[in-house]
Ligand binder design. Structure first.
Ligand code: XMP
Length: 321
């Protein structure tokens, strides 16, 4: 019968049977699915697995450290970190168009991942690639083998198209709640297991306008406050996602103390949803919104105004870009 323990045991057996003594590679994104998939494979075949984390500098506060430190401490996984912040920011310089940002980040990610893969593989080669495909992904994309590829263009953590690997998909039979239960069973940190979905291009598509280091800093601070207050109010699990968006090309007049300010607005976009296809704006309690707004305008220097997005999807999308 279904328990997280049984799920883990079963997954481990089938991974061992599939892999034998060959080598496995896994791209970690910071998300729940890739983390749980990697942790399972690690339990099954330990030193035959190497994980790659491409740090593109577009994650939220503390998330890269969570992968680099906490995840490694809990799982003992062999992790290669590619610190590519400068390269990603360099490639994004001067770019404001949303789809161009996605293309640049996707291409850069694949380039980095490929070069890491070749370095790790050496002459021996790598035989398998771990993918955190869930059951709903399989169904959504038609259910055939390799069906996960259909989504991969939309997912920066996805599979480089011209790399030849066999996929290991230990979460292929699982729903999200089962993946979380397995993650907890494997000892992964709660913040990682309960993390909201986060887009592959990261904060780059939550800065409306050009992506720069300063703007990322500003957004990271505002986002960390919103996440902290949501968690403090114990509402994290009631909402689907909570994008925090910086309108970097917009300024508005404000007043602080005796002085006039001319700063940027932050938009809060908390939504409820079952599958991200449709969504509704989350009715967060006024006290929570008030706390978030006060803290952001007091603590984040460039921001003098906080707005709440009350658009459903459709017609609005969840992300602003
Ligand atoms: P939208 O904004 O289209 O988002 O309502 C639907 C879901 O998809 C996520 N999203 C992305 N995920 N790469 C991703 O991996 C992307 O480029 C991307 N754009 C949107 C979004 O966060 C939401 O969960």
């Amino acid at each position: 019968d279904w328990t997280p323990e049984n799920m883990v045991t079963e997954a481990i057996d089938s991974i061992r049977a599939q892999v034998g003594d060959r080598r496995v590679l896994c791209a970690l994104s910071g998300g729940v699915d890739s983390a749980v998939a990697a942790a399972l494979v690690q339990r099954a075949i330990g030193p035959q697995l190497t994980c790659v984390f491409v740090d593109h500098g577009l994650l939220r506060q503390g998330e890269a450290e969570q992968v680099k430190t906490d995840f490694v401490a809990v799982t003992g996984v062999d992790l290669v970190v590619a610190d590519e912040k400068d390269r990603f920011l360099g490639a994004l310089a001067g770019v404001s168009d949303p789809e161009t940002k996605r293309k640049i980040i996707g291409a850069q990610f694949i380039r980095t991942f490929e070069s890491q893969a070749r370095e790790i593989a050496g002459d021996k080669g790598i035989d398998f690639l771990v993918q955190g495909t869930l059951y709903p992904d399989v169904v959504e994309s038609g259910g055939g083998e390799g069906a996960a590829n259909i989504k991969s263009h939309h997912n920066v953590g996805g599979l480089p198209e011209d790399l030849q690997f066999t996929l290991i998909e230990p979460l292929r039979q699982m729903f999200k709640d089962e993946v979380r239960a397995v993650g907890l069973q494997l000892g992964l940190p709660e913040e990682m297991v309960w993390r909201h979905p986060f887009p592959g291009p990261g904060l780059a598509i939550r800065i409306i306008g050009e992506v720069t280091e300063d703007r990322l800093d500003t957004l990271r601070q505002a986002d960390a406050i919103a996440r902290y207050e949501l968690a403090a109010a114990k509402l994290e699990r009631d909402i689907w996602q909570f994008p925090v968006v910086l309108l970097a090309d917009v300024r508005s007049v404000g007043v602080q103390g005796d002085g006039r300010t001319y700063g940027h607005p932050i938009v809060l976009r908390p939504v409820t949803s079952d599958d991200a296809m449709t969504a509704d704006w989350a009715r967060l309690p006024y006290e929570v919104l008030e706390k978030i707004s006060n803290r952001i305008t007091n603590e984040v220097p460039e921001v003098n105004r906080v707005a709440l997005d009350i658009t459903s999807k459709p017609p609005g999308t969840i992300e602003w870009e």
